[in-house]
Design a protein around this ligand. Structure first.
Ligand SMILES: N[C@@H](CCC(=O)N[C@@H](CS)C(=O)NCC(=O)O)C(=O)O
Length: 326
């Protein structure tokens, strides 16, 4: 693992703060694709929605990239926004495209390492080289590498150029979705990383306790309703899903989030299966990439790199959630 400093690749840097806490770095590129090319909530104008102009780079292993991948499918953007998938192993050279099952090479820029995209976009770029990345083929630059922004763009920007009209961030539900996202981001999506990458007992415990408080709260909420907000799935559900689907396979053991398993939460487990079985979602979930990435790449946490065979999970088991409405 490494990062860019003024365009140069470095492999030695502190991952945690002095007290052992993991702090997620700021995202560098925050422009927006919009229907007419007007500026979005952040960044510059000049990225109008056009069929075939933009390309998405993801890892199947990564929960942040996977949420963008899910929205690409749910909005019917496969024919409009191209796709490349990195190799699951994240080593000294960062994300790369070595051939392996499931890897989709970079047909746009022909790069071997993802970091080359970052320095093409900005030769003096500094920061982590992360997925997802949304690339503009016309201007030859990164539009945005923040998954939360990419979800919102995919949800609306391409509706006039061939996306379907499904709305995963409906106007009347926005405030509630934002409110629920904030808690889930801090304690669950990022919470598992704060626990897993902690290098002090205190930092670890201060992530695990709120993580399970939120899961307990969600268990209760999802006992009353099929989805988090409203009667249809929204972005809030898919943002939570990508963490839940990895929970027992990776976070429970590898990241020591082991107060309870997802399987111990009847509602959360059935909810995860419901979303997994939602048309288009299962094809975005690749456990070989997920497990290979976490257990194989984080040698500070798992020095042998051995990938456990279990747990046996049946995500296709019927979920019986339709009775909760929606
Ligand atoms: N804020 C970013 C975070 C993305 C992120 O952290 N991705 C991880 C993979 S799960 C990554 O690419 N890490 C590369 C590294 O740490 O070198 C987003 O949500 O898009």
């Amino acid at each position: 693992m490494g990062l860019l400093i003024d365009g140069a690749w470095h492999t030695h840097y502190a991952r945690t703060t002095k007290d052992g806490r993991f702090a997620r770095p700021q995202t560098q590129f925050r422009h927006w694709v919009t229907p007419d090319g007007a500026a979005g909530p952040t960044g510059e104008a000049g990225f109008p929605a056009e069929a075939g102009r933009y390309h998405l780079y993801v890892s199947y292993a990564c929960p942040w990239a996977s949420r963008a991948l899910i929205l690409r499918v749910l909005k019917g953007l496969e024919g409009l926004v191209g796709l490349s998938v990195v190799h699951w192993f994240l080593g000294e050279d960062g994300w790369h495209f070595d051939p392996a099952d499931g890897v989709i090479p970079d047909t746009v820029n022909g790069v071997r390492f993802l970091r080359e995209l970052y320095t093409r976009a900005d030769p003096a770029c500094s920061g982590k080289v992360t997925v997802p990345v949304l690339w503009d083929k016309k201007r030859g630059t990164i539009v945005n590498n923040e998954s939360a922004d990419i979800l919102r763009m995919f949800n609306r920007a391409f509706d006039g150029v061939g996306a379907n009209r499904e709305d995963f961030f409906p106007e009347p539900l926005r405030a509630e979705i934002d409110r629920i996202n904030a808690r889930i981001y801090d304690t669950v999506n990022d919470g598992v990383y704060k626990a897993g990458f902690a290098t002090s007992q205190e930092a670890y415990e201060s992530a695990v306790v709120p993580l399970f408080e939120t899961l307990d709260w969600l268990e209760e909420r999802l006992g009353r309703a099929r989805f988090l907000v409203g009667a249809r799935p929204t972005e809030a559900d898919f943002r939570l899903f990508t963490t839940l689907v990895r929970f027992d396979a990776v976070y429970h053991g590898h990241f020591k989030c082991n107060l309870r398993r997802l399987l111990d939460y009847p509602n959360l487990w059935a909810y995860t299966r419901d979303l997994y079985q939602w048309p288009g979602v299962a094809e975005t979930v690749r456990f070989d990439h997920i497990k290979g990435h976490y257990y194989g790449s984080h040698r500070n946490i798992n020095p042998t790199g051995i990938v456990p065979v279990g747990p046996a999970l049946d995500l296709l088991e019927p979920h019986d959630r339709a009775s909760k409405g929606g």
